[in-house]
Design a protein. Structure first.
Length: 118
């Protein structure tokens, strides 16, 4: 273990603080995947309040983002956020395997809600 790791684990972890390099390898691999494949549009299904799209924007993705979120409360937050960026739109619908009306199963943490039966 190097000195940096020792300090992080012995001083900060007990305080509930986790210090990491940003972006980590997972985030770097995401943006590298988008860039290497010349992805110009990302469709963010179940966007919640825009966490994923915000993240790829911070990492340098400047292509088009279409965020889809069925829950009204979350959609309203998402919609407010998208107005700050060009090439980012929010759509208030749910996606499923048929056209029609359905009930959504709302989880206690809104990002886990789904049209799928629990």
């Amino acid at each position: 273990m190097n000195l940096s790791s020792f300090i992080r684990r012995s001083v900060f972890y007990p305080l509930g603080i986790d210090i990491r390099k940003y972006p980590d390898w997972v985030l770097k691999s995401r943006i590298n995947l988008l860039n290497a494949n010349k992805i110009t549009t990302v469709i963010d299904v179940g966007a919640n309040i825009g966490q994923y799209a915000s993240q790829i924007r911070r990492l340098g993705f400047d292509g088009r983002i279409i965020s889809i979120e069925p829950q009204k409360k979350e959609f309203n937050k998402l919609s407010t956020l998208t107005k700050k960026y060009k090439n980012w739109e929010a759509i208030n619908i749910a996606l499923g395997d048929y056209d029609g009306i359905s009930l959504i199963n709302i989880a206690s943490n809104s990002h886990s809600s789904s049209l799928l039966e629990t």
